[in-house]
Design a protein around this ligand. Structure first.
Ligand code: NAD
Length: 480
């Protein structure tokens, strides 16, 4: 069975403990590779390697750094089909999705920041005849990057690329639930000639490896994507050490549908925003709010289209819904469906585990599920389920829709369907969300600020926001 390795100081090496734990293929419910059970000793080694690499990497001409990262992107492109297959096997997501979204996006993350750094500029403030100020933006040092399992290589590279482009060295930890493509990335870094120690990838459990990153005094910056509780834990360790923190956390996003929308387009996109990646995208619209006049028509068509979604082997072209990521996560999703029932919710589609035949017999599959009849205050509508489960709620007025949408602890994203221009501007201003999509979903321009408000996070990723985060600003004031 394949043993994954850590990538430290440019080399693939076993964990200090010599121990490994199981990596499962969700579509088969079976172990297929082994993950290094790393600990603080491996993080110490990674930090030493990063520290050694920093003096040269941080002053390397930007063009040269950029060229090295572009070469890494070329290697991802060259191996894209193989990496997509690895991602699908490791995560359970449909291969088609990994091919169309995850891996192309991982490649473009690296390309984007490799070139963005060439255009990154700093400010100058003139004080008439008194003085002139200019701002230097310098790499900070060693960055810790911790990422989740839902979009494994996509989110891993989203952090690593800007940190490296800005001249930092990185100690990164992929999710222990989906470590495989991070391992592949380490092999591609070696092929692409990324200098030793510039990027270090340490595998293992969050409580050991993630905490060791949070606690390490030499890691000055932490970029984290994952659950809100984990974010709070990391902040509780890192904040008293005055580390710079970017936290991209959970969501309970509202998809608000007004009766003047373009119905066919809205249905098509709402199917995706509800169930893409088995609903395991932080931006999925898990609470669907529908204006009362359209409720019946919406429900009929949405139910019809949901019933057509094929749950199946993720490697098959026909599959629309693959496996959920783990047995524990499947049980969490199913337990929320039970909670919904106990709260008085009516399951109008799905609600059950799916048992497939043959090699997928033991796989972790859940039916796309639609629930109605619950108000916004219940647990089903307040807590993040992060699976193929949505609720329907009717509303009458714009004010009511805004109040329901804003009525959770989260504030990541929102989608609004309407053809009323005035309303789009009004509602976009009033929604508590870092991202508002109008008549679309998951349309991403990598230059735009990305992140959440309230308990969905602190800070923004994307574009120059990320490059600012990964640099320290120093003002230089010269008297004239
Ligand atoms: P998680 O918080 O359990 O784990 C995320 C990462 O943190 C993993 O690498 C894990 O090993 C590590 N970790 C766990 N405990 C840790 C600790 N004590 N200290 C340091 N690191 C620790 O999240 P998950 O289950 O992997 O991912 C799902 C969550 O991620 C959902 O809440 C989802 O909404 C969120 N998410 C948010 C965004 C966003 O951009 N806002 C994007 C994707 C996913």
């Amino acid at each position: 069975m394949e043993k994954l390795q850590n990538y430290i100081g440019g080399k693939l090496i076993p964990p200090h403990s010599g121990e490994y734990f199981n990596n499962y293929e969700p579509a088969k419910g079976a172990v297929y590779s082994l993950i290094p059970d790393s600990d603080e000793n491996d993080i110490d080694a990674a930090v030493i390697a990063a520290k050694k690499a920093f003096p040269e990497w941080s002053v390397m001409p930007k063009q040269k750094r950029s060229n090295l990262l572009l070469k890494l992107a070329d290697f991802i492109l060259k191996n894209a089909d193989q990496i997509a297959k690895e991602e699908s096997i490791d995560n359970g997501k449909p291969l088609k999705l990994a091919k169309q979204v995850d891996i192309p996006r991982a490649e473009s993350n690296i390309r984007f920041f490799a070139t963005a750094i060439l255009h990154f500029e700093s400010e100058s403030h003139s004080m008439e005849n008194t003085a002139i100020n200019y701002t230097l933006r310098e790499p900070i040092g060693i960055v810790g990057a911790i990422s989740p399992w839902n979009l494994p290589l996509y989110l891993f590279t989203w952090k690593i690329a800007p940190a490296l482009a800005a001249g930092n060295c990185v100690v990164a930890k992929p999710s222990e639930i989906t470590p495989f493509t991070a391992y592949t990335l380490s092999k591609l870094c070696i092929e692409a000639g990324i200098p030793e120690g510039v990027l270090n990838i340490v595998h293992g459990h969050g409580k050991k490896v993630g905490e060791a990153i949070s606690k390490h005094p030499e890691i000055k910056v932490i970029s984290f994507t994952g659950g809100t509780e984990t974010g709070a834990r990391i902040a509780s360790i890192a904040a008293p050490m005055f580390k710079k923190l970017s936290l991209e956390l959970g969501g309970k996003n509202a998809n608000i549908i007004f009766d003047d929308c373009d119905f066919d387009e809205m249905i098509k996109v709402t199917i995706r925003s509800s169930f893409a990646n088995q609903g395991q995208i932080c931006l999925c619209g898990s609470r669907i709010l529908i204006q009362r006049g359209l409720y019946k028509k919406f429900k009929e068509e949405f139910v019809k289209q949901t019933r057509k979604l094929t749950v199946g082997n993720p490697l098959l072209e026909s599959t629309k819904i693959g496996a959920v990521v783990s047995e524990a996560h499947m049980n969490k999703i199913l337990s929320y469906i039970d909670i919904a029932k106990s709260e008085g919710g009516k399951i109008i589609v799905g609600g059950n585990r799916v048992y497939l035949n043959g090699e997928n017999m033991e796989g972790w599959f859940v039916e796309p599920t639609i629930i109605e009849g619950l108000d916004n205050t219940c647990r089903t509508n307040q807590e993040e389920i992060f699976g193929p489960v949505v609720t329907l709620q009717p509303f009458d007025t714009e004010e009511e829709a805004i109040a329901i949408a804003n009525g959770t602890q989260y504030g990541l994203s929102s989608t609004v369907w309407t053809n009323d221009v005035k309303r789009t501007h009004n509602i976009a201003q009033k929604l508590h969300a870092g991202i508002v999509w109008i008549n679309c979903w998951l349309v991403r321009d990598l230059r735009t600020p990305f992140g959440g408000t309230k308990n969905s996070g602190v800070g923004r990723e994307g574009g120059f926001e990320a490059l600012r985060f990964f640099t320290e600003a120093k003002n230089v004031c010269i008297q004239l």
